[in-house]
Design a binder for this molecule. Structure first.
Ligand code: ASP
Ligand code: MG
Length: 401
């Protein structure tokens, strides 16, 4: 007998039919002789709808009341799912986050899980109940309800799996797993059998929205193996874990990120300390900088170009203006760029990955603006209009033979 944690996202429980489908998966698992703890999100677009409702009434609602409102979405789905399981004849109990022992920091709207007091969970399992837990929520030291930030149910599931030392943590979603590229855009995308935590984190940040980042970080920290799979099609998914032996396939995926702005600061003095000043200013403003390029100085000046997310661009520009005595025309911001990356742990020890990528781009007449490399990825910045074509070309280069 194993202890299995299963998580179902909003789309998997969007309506009565899907709730019954999910109840079927859960009761099948239970009837195979397993202990089952289920974490569920709010149905469909419930959370978005609740947020909209709030803003109809107050465009600056307090975060505390927002959490009071948003936690109700998961309260609905756990009760409905429990009723579906009752109907299928299995013993079941639904629990809100606080009943399941989720203690969090007090930061409403983005609370962190501090501990899980698992007595109640364990007692329910001892009584052979299937336990359905509301994802995305907990309680803080003031006994107020908190939420973990959008998409937080994945983290709830991983936290329970870690706290109970579950044998498996299955995250069910509406895709079949993690692919080598966005399967909606790239027909030849291949489903990966397994992937490391670091690769998953890269793919997630780069736009493969399968798992919430925080949940992957937590899974890595507590060594929880995650299986991502479809709630609609019963086929094996992708396992996220520390892969000891690399599969032969070196590159795990090709991704596109269009949430990028490129900022160039030109004609700045060619003296020591400039980069330090610039980037410490951005760090103070909590702006994450991605690719950085500094030109070789000529005469008395040099240029620095870097990328940030689009919503940080304006703040970054203001900060630079306030730090340097600089003319308007010397700061250039371009938001019509995209970052294309190939991701794969271990590629640093395999020369040729970069050249293969560049060759694919060259053959398709796609110009590279900036390049950055790390242990597990190579990224290029290109014109946003070339982005989809670039993903196809690079994906073909790595996966079509
Ligand atoms: N219902 C929450 C949201 O939509 C939590 C989740 O789905 O994981 O963000
Ligand atoms: Mg949701």
């Amino acid at each position: 007998m194993s202890l299995i944690v299963q998580k179902f996202g909003g789309s998997s429980v969007a309506d009565a039919e899907r709730v019954m489908n999910v109840a079927g998966i859960i009761t099948d698992t239970y009837r195979q002789g397993n202990d089952v703890v289920v974490v569920v999100s709010a149905q469909g677009d419930t959370t978005d709808d609740l947020i909209e409702k709030a803003y109809e009434i107050n465009d600056k609602p307090s975060k505390r009341e927002m959490d009071m409102l948003l936690t109700s979405g998961e309260q609905i789905s756990i009760a409905l799912l429990a009723m579906a399981i009752e109907k299928l004849g299995c013993p079941v109990v639904s629990l809100l986050g606080w009943q399941a022992g989720f203690n969090t920091s007090s930061a409403y709207g983005q609370a962190r899980i501090k501990s899980i007091k698992s007595d109640r969970l364990k007692a329910e399992l001892d009584h052979h109940n299937i336990v359905i837990v509301a994802g995305f929520q907990g309680i803080n030291k003031y006994d107020d309800l908190t939420t973990l930030g959008r998409g937080g149910s994945d983290t709830s599931a991983v936290a329970i799996a870690a706290a109970l030392h579950a044998d498996r943590c299955q995250i069910f979603t509406d895709v079949e797993g993690v692919f080598t590229a966005d399967p909606r855009k790239v027909k030849d995308a291949i489903k990966l059998h397994e992937i490391t935590y670091d690769e998953m984190l890269e793919l997630a940040t780069l736009g493969a929205q399968v798992l919430n980042n925080r949940s992957v970080e937590m899974a890595k920290k507590y060594n929880v193996e995650i299986e991502v799979l479809s709630s609609l099609k019963r086929v094996p998914g992708t396992v996220v874990k520390e892969v000891a032996k690399m599969e032969k396939m070196l590159v795990r995926g090709v991704t596109k990120d269009t949430d990028v702005a490129r900022i160039s600061v030109t004609n700045i003095p060619n003296i020591p300390g400039i980069a330090f000043k610039l980037f410490s200013k951005l760090a103070q403003k909590k702006i994450n900088v991605d690719i950085i390029l500094q030109s070789v100085g000529r005469d008395d000046t040099k240029d620095i170009t870097f990328t940030v997310s689009k919503d940080n661009a304006q703040t970054a520009i203001e900060a630079i203006k306030n730090t340097f005595d600089i003319e308007e025309k010397d700061i250039i911001c371009d938001t019509s760029v995209a970052k294309i990356s190939v991701v794969g742990a271990g590629m640093e020890s395999h020369p040729g990955t970069a050249s293969k990528m560049f060759e694919a781009l060259f053959e398709n007449d796609i110009n590279i603006d900036m390049i950055s490399t790390s242990e597990i990825k190579i990224s290029v910045l290109i014109d946003i209009n070339d982005a989809d074509r670039a993903v196809l070309a690079v994906h073909r280069a790595f996966f079509n033979n």
